[in-house]
Design a protein around this ligand. Structure first.
Ligand SMILES: [Zn+2]
Ligand SMILES: [Zn+2]
Length: 776
């Protein structure tokens, strides 16, 4: 090769890893190469995307510079590895067939909400996709839920059965079209179709010759409950403003109080129902389309039974064209709640849905594009005042899964972490990457266990990971623990529950530690075999010590104590007043018989009753003393109602004593003793104080004591970072008050954001701990 300008050529191979399949990456590469006059090829393979480019050296350089700088919006490039090759004299640039069915590590994109360009077509009477419920392009549409295997190509998705018509095929093959290689590309001529059926599975006459979505909207207007097949599963829908329909839905779902989510057509409709900050609006309208929790507006046109006792409503905007059409046709907000009987996993297979939901729905709006992987709606909250600075994801599923997380240190063995029990998730890891599976639900039920094992199997195939190391909770009776211990031919590693919460948050923020963690939740199996749940830990990803805890108390009646907050009120009163049978407080006088009260007081004193440091149970006790709730319908209900009752302007705080005590390992531990708090609560309630004041003072006092305990532990251990995690810290008031105090003390506060603070984040924490501990 001579040095003559214009004749010198250079050829470079680029290996791209990250979320680069199914996100319009190859067309982007094609257009960039065409613009720069480069030859070569691009193709998907098991590791991501491989590219070879050839041409004038300065053009090759420009390509290498612009590729990572201007990727398509849904792509997430993790690395670009270049390698010099001999030029071949190629003159054109091609997109090659995907290769390989072997070791697949290319992340599959999450499902993406309808993009503005597709939305414009959906509502344009002149467009060939006018009112077509499955319009999509390379920037939007279903991904994770339709993928059967990788590399991501139509033949390996649930769109394989739909043959593209000539116009769709032309779009698919034209590198300048926005549907170039849009794998789920479809139109009314060739793609999936919506149908409206009665609960017996027969087509409804109203939709036989017309528009199934319009017919479904007409039924909703008449007050019907309609099962709607969405992207990741079935929902049940009815008019949000119609009390009778909402009440019927509650009765049929056997869901007495848990809030229902709402679907609003657009931001303008959402603003009628809830107060939205700019951050809320960005989160609502973002491509993940989670359910966003926001304060309900006074007078919002929503039936009371949608979210009884809640200050917030959970609201989402349409995440698919079908949902856009349905809520537009309905002309008003809808309830859109998961298609299941309470606590079962959401139905996603048509036959199963028709069977399970027939008693719940008056009609079925479904379609013939199969859902391969179930994904429930995600739930998130945007930041309010600082901190937190970024949204917090409470339930991570549709729109978020299976975007990868990084793992540092990397795992030496392919790894599966099995999570906890409530809000179950699993996590698979290889090297420095891990994939958190979508929310499964409560693993106490057979349906959920099946969903869990199927999900693990699907992820193992999707990411070609055969676990050799399996992490699990220390609780021997969790089905997730049993599943882990029953897997043949693997090494297993038990991870303490609250350590997993701490490690998950450290890893999410890329912080090595050691850090202090206030980890407050309902219950987790402790290293000493007691029930932990109000812990001040000091540790890193590999290990921890227990620097403090809530004062231990005997649980009066195991699981019943969690379902019946009045029992915790009894136990805490017995401890506070130091009486074997404390007097029944006024708020419970009509709610509990003297006999039951005495029996529970006896349990609270019985040596056989397990000891707990649960912060969640303390909230239960206070909620019961305040007369807010003595029996719950869903986990966290009493605490949620106590928070909702609190007067935000009240800044006074009840005292909560910190007592230094020798811990189990001989080191000093701080005990958070709330007995004086409870005495003051009793006195204030007896003096006629408002529940809103009492609740606020309780929150403020617990926050102050927690911050003081964390600051002391940080000082003693030379750490400047404090993690606040565990399900109890979903309580925004407690979180903000504690964080304020810590920041005032000069400490940095870390909270879980992309990984849920509740037990949905445990599997990721277990993976982090197992990777850090293995081989050490
Ligand atoms: Zn689109
Ligand atoms: Zn077509």
């Amino acid at each position: 090769m001579g040095p003559v300008a214009g004749l010198v050529r250079r050829r470079v191979a680029l290996r791209i890893s990250g979320t680069v399949q199914g996100v319009g990456f190859r067309p982007f590469v094609f257009r960039l190469a065409a613009e720069l006059g480069l030859a070569g090829f691009v193709r998907n393979d098991e590791l991501g995307v491989s590219i070879e480019i050839e041409g004038a050296p300065e053009r090759v350089e420009e390509f290498q510079r612009r590729l990572p700088a201007e990727p398509p919006p849904l792509a997430a490039i993790e690395s670009v590895e270049p390698r010099e090759l001999e030029p071949r004299g190629e003159r054109d640039f091609r997109i090659l067939e995907s290769v390989g069915d072997g070791v697949a590590r290319a992340p599959v994109s999450p499902d993406v909400a309808t993009c503005p360009a597709c939305l414009a077509e959906l509502f344009d009477p002149a467009d060939r996709r006018y009112r077509y419920p499955f319009v999509n392009c390379t920037a939007c549409g279903p991904r994770f839920t339709i993928v059967r295997a990788v590399p991501y190509d139509r033949a390996r998705t649930t769109m394989a059965g739909f043959e593209m018509c000539a116009p769709c095929r032309a779009e698919f093959e034209d590198p300048r079209d926005r549907r170039f290689h849009a794998q789920p590309n479809a139109c009314p001529q060739c793609g999936p179709r919506a149908r409206l059926l009665d609960p017996g599975g027969e087509p409804l006459a109203s939709a036989l010759h017309g528009d199934a979505v319009a017919a479904a909207a007409a039924l909703l207007a008449e007050g019907a409950i309609v099962a709607v097949k969405g992207v990741g599963g079935y929902h049940l829908a009815c008019r949000a403003a119609e009390a009778a329909a909402v009440a019927a839905l509650r009765a049929r779902k056997r869901r007495e109080a848990k809030p229902f989510a709402l679907l609003a057509a657009d931001l303008a409709a959402a603003r009628e129902l809830v107060d939205l900050s700019d951050a809320d609006e960005r989160l609502l309208a973002g491509r993940e389309r989670p359910i966003v929790l926001a304060p309900r507006r006074p007078g919002a046109a929503v039936a009371e039974a949608v979210a009884p006792g809640c200050a917030d409503l959970g609201l989402m905007l349409p995440h698919s064209p079908l949902h856009h059409l349905l809520v537009a046709d309905a002309g008003e907000p809808l309830v859109l709640t998961s298609g299941n009987v309470t606590e079962e996993p959401i139905a996603y297979v048509d036959d199963d849905a028709l069977h399970r939901l027939a008693p719940l729905a008056d009609a079925f709006l479904l379609h013939d594009r199969p859902i391969h992987a179930r994904a429930e709606d995600s739930i998130a909250r945007s930041p309010g005042a600082e901190p937190p600075a970024a949204p917090i994801v409470f339930r991570r599923a549709r729109g978020y899964a299976p975007a990868p997380f990084s793992l540092s240190p990397p795992t030496q063995l392919p790894l599966l972490a099995c999570g906890a029990e409530l809000k179950s998730t699993f996590c698979l890891a290889a090297g420095s990457r891990c994939w958190l599976g979508p929310h499964v639900g409560d693993l106490q039920r057979y349906e959920a266990l099946r969903s869990f094992t199927e999900g693990v199997g699907h992820f193992e195939r999707l990411f070609s990971i055969t676990p050799e190391l399996v992490a699990h909770d220390l609780h021997p009776d969790y089905l997730s623990t049993r599943y882990a211990l029953e897997r043949a031919g693997v090494e297993t590693i038990g991870v303490q529950h609250h350590h997993a919460h701490l490690a998950a948050c450290l890893a999410e923020h890329g912080v090595e530690g050691p850090a202090v963690g206030a980890i407050f939740d309902g219950a987790g199996y402790g290293s000493d075999g007691t029930v932990w749940g109000g812990e001040i830990l000091v540790g890193d990803c590999a290990g921890f010590s227990r620097a403090g805890m809530l004062r231990p108390l005997r649980l009066p009646g195991g699981d019943a104590a969690a379902r019946e907050p009045w029992r915790m009120a009894c136990a805490w009163l017995a401890a506070t007043l130091e009486e074997s049978v404390p007097p029944i407080p006024a708020a419970l006088a009509d709610r509990v018989t003297a006999r039951d009260w005495e029996a529970v007081a006896a349990l609270a004193a019985a040596p056989a009753s397990p000891r707990t440091t649960s912060a969640g149970r303390l909230f239960d006790a206070v909620a019961a003393l305040c007369g807010l709730r003595d029996r719950i319908d869903f986990e966290g209900q009493a605490a949620m109602e106590l928070e909702a009752a609190a007067q935000p302007a009240e800044r006074a705080a009840y005292p909560l004593e910190l007592v230094e005590q020798e811990g189990a390992d001989g080191a000093d531990a701080l005990v958070l003793d709330p007995r004086e708090t409870l005495r003051r609560i009793l006195a204030d309630l007896a003096a006629g104080s408002e529940v809103g004041e009492v609740s606020a003072r309780f929150h403020n006092g617990l926050a102050a004591a927690t911050a003081a305990a964390c600051a002391a532990a940080a000082g003693a251990n030379g750490s400047g970072d404090v993690v606040l995690s565990g399900g109890v810290f979903q309580n925004r008031l407690l979180l903000l008050r504690t964080a304020e105090r810590l920041q005032a003390a000069g400490l940095r506060v870390l909270i879980p954001q992309r990984v849920p603070p509740n037990d949905g984040g445990i599997s990721y924490g277990q993976a982090v701990v197992a990777a850090a501990r293995y081989g050490t």
